[in-house]
Design a protein around this ligand. Sequence first.
Ligand SMILES: NC(=O)c1ccc[n+]([C@@H]2O[C@H](COP(=O)([O-])OP(=O)(O)OC[C@H]3O[C@@H](n4cnc5c(N)ncnc54)[C@H](OP(=O)(O)O)[C@@H]3O)[C@@H](O)[C@H]2O)c1
Length: 303
Amino acid sequence: MEKKSRILIVGGTGKLGFEIAKASLRSSHPTFALIRDESFTDLHKSHKLQTLSDSGATLLKGSLEDETRLIEAIKQVDVVICAVSSKQVLLQKLLISAIKQAGCVKKFIPSEFGVDPCKTRISGLDHNFYARKAEIRCLVEAEGIPYTYICCNFFMSYLLPSIVQPGLKSPPRDKVKIFGDKNAKGVFMKESDVASFTISAVDDPRTLNKVLHLRPRGNVYSMNELVEIWESKIGKKLEKIYVPEEELLKKIKETPYPDNMDMVFIYSAFVKGDHTYFDIESSGGVDGTKLYPHLKYTTINLY
Ligand SMILES: NC(=O)c1ccc[n+]([C@@H]2O[C@H](COP(=O)([O-])OP(=O)(O)OC[C@H]3O[C@@H](n4cnc5c(N)ncnc54)[C@H](OP(=O)(O)O)[C@@H]3O)[C@@H](O)[C@H]2O)c1
């Protein structure tokens, strides 16, 4: 049987990184997690670390600011997956330099896990959110590091619990706002499913130097369709408040950063259609659902 790659996960105590580490262990990859010193003494994080360690992960002390420990950690593995938060994306510059110096990495999966940063059409609105991720792509490619980028679009825990109503934590039961042209489709993926697709891509040559897009059936819906699903679940029609593009743009501009970012992401997905306007294959990407039809995932209806 082919040997499974040894995987180093940076961000293993984070929301997505923890799921990726668990998926890696479930798939029997020798799994290493680079953990910052302070996480070992944080109660919530140490619980996660115990779970990973009990499942067989090797915990290595280090951080994205400590080049020596980074190189030591990278030298023990074949694949590096980074899942630091969007605010920390540029810290990956040192990681890229360390990967280059270590010289043993056959695939790097940088911290993206969202909308394809090179395909969004909202320039100027996102305070460089996507530009930072795109900058990391340029650096990875300029250094000749083998890569896979994972574009899963929205996590299900983000915006879906409120049926895409900024400021709400649960779905509305009386009135619902519908943004944009009502028909642009957005994609929502459960974090644990994003992790399973990511780990499936690790040793798959079809994903080498490719963008892996996740758009599975049952997870791609317009705002109209999301509201219909919710109405059918509660057996009630909601009053619809239609918010046209100009009104949403005005609200985005009036609201200070970062409070306006939910609306920016809604604008990108449900007005501009950034999750789905392009064809995956003809844009040079690969479709996760076609590559891994055996993977079970949570649909929006089930969620
Ligand atoms: N598509 C979506 O809807 C969506 C939603 C959220 C996030 N995302 C994306 O998912 C990715 C992961 O985000 P997340 O929300 O899961 O992140 P998160 O929960 O904030 O976790 C960040 C992780 O990075 C670690 N970290 C931070 N600074 C570090 C450093 N200097 N050195 C080493 N490790 C460091 C943290 O470790 P400590 O425990 O030590 O702090 C933590 O494990 C990001 O690319 C983000 O943009 C996408």
